[in-house]
Design a protein around this ligand. Structure first.
Ligand code: NAP
Length: 336
């Protein structure tokens, strides 16, 4: 059987191009004892993938040219010589950008069985996967959310951000989201649990924040870094928490990727905390988050937003959509 895969052909510039990858078709080897074969159903697309592609600039180890592009996916076991994984099991883990994965169940692939809970398999990469967990632990653990808090969120209509407003609302807090278009802002307030929305491209963010949160903000859930973070710092209340989840505004252009904060002193003046995190720090508690969010979905308290392209060949296009600000909700690609 043939396996199509996308390998890294070039380091990316500011934007990801199709020519940064090469499609290869290779024969799948017969399974050895302990191995199982996964047919990939969906692949996740995330900003961090640009770091995987870059040489030496990484949060994680950079990839070598010629490597199969790294990334998580959800798939179905279609052949097995491993006692722990049976044909028909739905699994989630490090699949890479390919149609089939030969897996030996070792920690490298971080492969685990998905509790499907009657939802689309795609949710194992979105709301009930790393994206949802990032929203959940970022807000509740790192952000130490309290009832009545005023919460500000950047990239609020993106994968992580589209959950944060709802998670705030569920705990009796009020969230304002920032996004780049009126369409996204409308979605935030109409569907995604946000009390208010700011189009940071066309509106004066500082003035709008003064109007929406006159007393200031208790939690800033930061997905973008840069200038929006700097403005948010000027609005902190006493004992506020700044959750440094990501800084996509600084991923785009490597030459201008070190924005210097002007207002960092506001952290001291307001006795606030600023904390980064890596979602795998919370791995032990993933089942707790998964169970609770699945229950909220069932109860109609939590909804999820996905943006799905089709076809392995469209993975580079999908990844670039994040940097072009085109995605609404969690960006995914349906492979099979
Ligand atoms: N700490 C962790 O363990 C962890 C885990 C997962 C993700 N993350 C981080 O969390 C953030 C969100 O991840 P995600 O997967 O949900 O991605 P995402 O929010 O869907 O990312 C794409 C969105 O980012 C915004 N964006 C793109 N370029 C921008 C720019 N130059 N300035 C401001 N905003 C820009 C756009 O939204 P707008 O239209 O609103 O601009 C775009 O739609 C990322 O920074 C990611 O690296 C961290």
């Amino acid at each position: 059987m043939k396996n199509n895969r996308l390998t890294l052909a070039a380091r990316p510039g500011n934007y990801i191009k199709k020519s940064d990858f090469v499609m290869q078709s290779v024969d799948l080897p017969p399974l050895k004892e302990g191995e199982f074969l996964i047919k990939v159903l969906f692949l996740s697309v995330a900003p961090v993938m640009k770091f995987y592609m870059l040489d030496g600039a990484g949060i994680e180890n950079p990839m070598d040219l010629g490597d199969t592009m790294r990334g998580r996916g959800v798939g179905e076991v279609i052949e097995s010589k491993n006692r722990d994984f049976q044909i028909g099991d739905i699994v989630q883990g490090k699949c890479g950008w390919q149609q089939y994965v030969v897996c030996d169940g070792s920690p490298y692939h971080m492969m685990y069985k998905v509790n499907q809970r009657g939802l689309s398999y795609s949710t194992a990469l979105g709301i009930l996967g790393m994206t949802g967990f990032t929203s959940y632990f970022g807000l509740y653990k790192v952000g130490e959310l309290q009832q009545g808090d005023n919460v500000l969120v950047s990239a609020a209509a993106g994968g992580v951000g589209s959950n944060v407003g709802q998670l705030a609302q569920i705990k009796g807090a009020r969230a304002v989201g920032m996004a780049s278009t009126d369409e996204k802002c409308k979605l935030l307030t109409d569907k995604l649990g946000y009390y208010g929305a700011i189009n940071y491209k066309t509106e004066n963010v500082s003035e709008r924040l003064d109007a929406l949160f006159p007393k200031g903000i208790d939690v800033y859930f930061d997905n973008v870094g840069g200038e929006l973070l700097d403005i948010a710092l000027t609005k902190l209340r006493r004992y506020a928490r700044v959750v440094c989840c990501g800084r996509i505004s600084q991923y785009e252009d490597r030459e201008n990727s070190n924005y210097s904060l002007l207002n960092w002193h506001k952290i001291g003046a307001t006795r606030s905390k600023m904390q980064g995190f890596f979602i795998y720090d919370f791995e032990e508690d993933f089942p707790v988050a998964e169970k609770e969010m699945a229950r909220w979905i069932k109860e109609g308290k939590l909804t999820y937003q996905e943006d799905i392209l089709e076809g392995l060949e469209n993975m580079p296009v999908a990844l670039n959509r994040l940097f072009e600000r085109k995605n609404i909700g969690k960006q995914l690609v349906k492979i099979s």
